[in-house]
Design a protein around this ligand. Structure first.
Ligand SMILES: NC(=O)c1ccc[n+]([C@@H]2O[C@H](COP(=O)([O-])OP(=O)(O)OC[C@H]3O[C@@H](n4cnc5c(N)ncnc54)[C@H](O)[C@@H]3O)[C@@H](O)[C@H]2O)c1
Length: 374
């Protein structure tokens, strides 16, 4: 059995999830490969025991280590591009958390470099591994809804509502590249493209409710990223709909939902119930809430990787688990097995859509045509 050695750069919230997935892998299912998280670099000075036992003194100690197969980049957004470039140049397979870079030009360059160097790449666009996302995609391509007449996609979070929350890397343009339009929006833009088809143009608006926050020196600092955004997406197939993201929603629970309507009926999907779809048939008047069963090649593959039942660790870790397990499998086999894999090219397309939204919002919501990766 081949052992894949990975080096983790960044051991914060998502770095720990990646490490957890590596450890959980053989307990959740039998895989034809083993994963060893061999090295961990974190900028924190006090190391948790997991990181201390595998500690690398610099990111370069991971990137230049001849035994490492995958460089897994889980750092703040501003370091994805330089670290990704270095890892690709060293010939490593790269897994880069989303967004792949600070802006669309950097993301496109990473995608190009990975293609030129023929290294395997994947990004943290884990929604592609949600069973309901693949089942929805299949139903829409089968024509279950008829002609699509509209869609509403929402990610409503409350994390930035507290004005005392310190400013952190994700609330500064220079380290994040943007607020929730990028952070949450890149997942939603990619999923809309994936399920419904290519986007032709966007019209977007955004705003910042909380304009100053406590900085590291104690004094208030201005917030230069949005904390909410809304976009109308016009698709090449003639359909249109909205994507709404916020981190200032005062809701009891986080909401991430997809509502898609067509001439024959509608679907509702809440990612917190990853296997459950709700279909309403306009023709029969019947509404059915059911456990989905993706049937396409990639849909079946992703569902088979998805932990379920007693081994579920919640939708976020489960979808990361399937996303990472897919990449480990590809690296073990030395090839990308499915075109649907969210590699750097896919992520660059999604990041470009987000950038088109920023361009539109910067021009008062003007229609902005979308033209591919860059
Ligand atoms: N796929 C998803 O759903 C998902 C979910 C959460 C976060 N993310 C992404 O993961 C990335 C990290 O987010 P997080 O919430 O874990 O952040 P975090 O702040 O919790 O952790 C960041 C880690 O990177 C380290 N670090 C900081 N600067 C560094 C540098 N220059 N070089 C090397 N290491 C550095 C820090 O020490 C820390 O260990 C972000 O890009 C974020 O968008 C993705």
């Amino acid at each position: 059995m081949k052992t894949i050695h990975t080096g983790l750069i960044g051991f914060g919230r998502i770095g720990r999830v990646h490490a957890l997935v590596g450890e959980a892998l053989p307990l959740v299912a039998e895989f034809p490969f083993a994963v060893d998280t061999r090295l961990v670099y974190t900028a924190e000075s006090s190391l948790p025991s997991y990181a201390a036992a595998r500690h690398a003194s610099t990111p370069q100690a991971i990137i230049q280590d001849g035994d490492i197969h995958i460089v897994d980049i889980c750092t703040p957004n501003d370091s994805h591009y330089p670290l990704g470039k270095e890892a690709i140049a060293a010939g490593k397979a790269v897994y880069i958390e989303k967004p792949p870079a600070l802006n669309a030009a950097q993301a496109a360059e990473l995608a190009r470099l990975a293609r030129e160097k023929s290294v395997l790449s994947q990004t943290g666009l884990n929604y592609r591994f949600l069973p309901g996302v693949n089942a929805l995609r299949e139903e829409i391509s089968k024509g279950t809804l008829g002609r699509i007449t509209g869609f509403t996609v929402r990610a409503l979070h409350s994390g930035y509502l507290n004005p005392s929350r310190p400013i952190g890397w994700n609330l500064k343009q220079e380290t994040s590249g943007g607020g929730p339009l990028l952070d949450l929006g890149i997942h939603l833009m990619d999923t809309v493209r994936y399920i419904l088809g290519e986007v032709k143009g966007v019209q977007a608006q955004m705003g910042t409710e909380i304009k100053e926050r406590p900085g590291s020196a104690g004094a208030s600092e201005p917030v230069d990223v949005e904390d909410w955004g809304r976009a109308v997406l016009w698709l090449e197939n003639g359909a249109s709909g909205t994507v709404e993201v916020t981190r200032v929603a005062s809701l009891l629970e986080e909401v991430t939902t997809f509502e898609i309507s067509g001439t024959k009926g509608s679907f509702f999907y809440d990612i917190h119930d990853p296997w459950i779809l709700q279909h309403h048939s306009w023709e029969t008047g019947v509404t059915r809430r059911y456990r989905c069963k993706p049937e396409s090649g990639f849909g079946r593959h992703a569902a088979a990787l998805y932990p379920s039942g007693a081994l579920s660790m919640g939708w976020l870790i489960d979808s990361q688990f399937a996303c990472l397990a897919n990449f480990y499998g590809d690296v073990a086999e030395g090839r990308k097995s499915y075109a649907e894999t969210p590699d750097l090219s896919v992520a660059a397309r999604a990041q470009k859509l987000v950038q088109d939204c920023y361009d539109s919002a910067g021009r008062g919501g003007a229609y902005t045509p979308c033209k591919g990766e860059q």
